[in-house]
Design a protein around this ligand. Sequence first.
Ligand code: SF4
Length: 308
Amino acid sequence: MSLTSSPTRRRKPMYWNDLNTALKARYGTKVYKLSLSSGCSCPNREDGRGGCIFCDGAGAFAAVGDISAQMEAAKARVAAKAGPHAKYIAYFQSFTNTYGDVEKLEGLFRRAIEGEDIVALSIATRPDCLGEEVMAMLERLADSKPLWVELGLQTIHPQSAAYIRRGYELEVFDRAVEKLRAIGAEVIVHQILGLPGETAEDMAATARYIGRSGAAGVKFHLLHVLRGTDLAADYLAEKFETMTMEAYIAALEGCVRAIPREMVIHRLTGDGAKKDLIAPLWSGDKKRVLNAIHAAFAERDVEQGSNF
Ligand code: SF4
């Protein structure tokens, strides 16, 4: 059963298909993500490419600990909430988790999904890191457990993509989604709202494109400036301004309305490392931001897909 097949109405007409509701409908219980490390680096940070302009490279190239120990530690972190019958997703989030020795990676991923309490494997990577060998590995993994692959598209607008040094063209993303769907993977796409020069309409256009791409889910993030990044240098030189919370919520509304009803929204906002956050400082209080989003969406009767 696909996660996208069971959108749940909250109350009419306010509606969006959030991940927790979708997972609960699918598994009958709350599902927790276990954040794990594959030890992969990122090709966009190598060979003098500099990496994405907002990337702080936190934890880059960290040695991968024993996967069983990583899983135990990750389960311990949620144990108080999760209880003995919880289900989990093995989640390899940081960096490019298909950029490495394929045989070793497959062994690592297999160990991560062998437990019966692991209901899916989620791997974040780049659309330009899905060569033949990697795709063959992903296909084998997808035959064992539901496979999610996260791709950081961020924007469809070429000027913004060049500014953030995304490092691949839109067609590369399109082909990646096609290939991943062909092997039965669910694709989840990241979008950043508030990129310099983009209007709310530009952001909604990106969301609509993601909605039509064949992806199953989307993660919306706010552009935030972290200490030590090239983006911070531009921000401190006053080359752009970050969004206000009100502007973010209004743009987010446009994006939620622009994606299809069945698409699962994995995130309504991101949460960067607070200690390194330069701007916008309001984004550091995630609970307050989420409350404000929920209140505004209720007030405006936001309905996912109403402008798809
Ligand atoms: S693809 Fe990810 S890890 Fe690589 S530079 Fe961009 S944000 Fe950083």
